[in-house]
Design a protein around this ligand. Structure first.
Ligand code: NI
Length: 157
């Protein structure tokens, strides 16, 4: 398995496990958060699912989405877990296709600049951090479920 196949597996598996963690959360818990400063369940689900959209822009256009681009996606009410998944799956597919199209030689030579933070990493590192980001939020969400005493799916299948 080469580096590209490995990162693709990682990105897909991280998403699959995140969706497994999300699946079955009753919609009425979308506004729930453990404290006033934390992300709500709905916000966290959207944050992770639309992260593909932001990262696609960072990697392809070296910028974050504008307010105009963000508003119809980020600033709409939370209705259901399924709606969040349905509305965002196109961005995951777009991100995966983008990674599939990459030249593996760029992984260790193309520098990616974070537009919003003073961080610069090689492309392979940036891709790995994206999946790490999503995995961290999966753990956070599982902790929310534990606090709510809701059933936690077994993501270690
Ligand atoms: Ni995050």
């Amino acid at each position: 398995m080469n580096a590209k196949e490995l990162i693709l597996l990682d990105l897909k598996e991280t998403r699959r496990r995140f969706l497994k963690a999300v699946d079955g959360i009753p919609d009425e818990y979308l506004p729930w958060k453990p404290d006033a400063g934390a992300l709500s369940i709905g916000h966290m689900i959207r944050h992770v699912l639309l992260h593909d959209y932001s990262w696609f822009m960072i990697l392809t256009e070296q910028r974050l989405p504008t307010e105009e681009e963000k508003n119809p996606l980020w600033e709409v009410p939370y209705t259901s877990v399924q709606d969040e998944i349905t509305h965002s799956s196109i961005y995951h597919e777009q991100f995966i296709s983008y990674v599939e199209s990459l030249d593996i030689a760029d992984f260790a030579s193309k520098l990616i600049q974070w537009p919003h933070r003073p961080i610069e990493r090689y492309l392979g590192d940036a891709l790995e951090r994206k999946s790490y980001h999503d995995a961290v939020h999966t753990g956070q969400l599982l902790q929310y479920l534990r606090m709510l005493q809701l059933d936690r799916p077994d993501i270690w299948d």
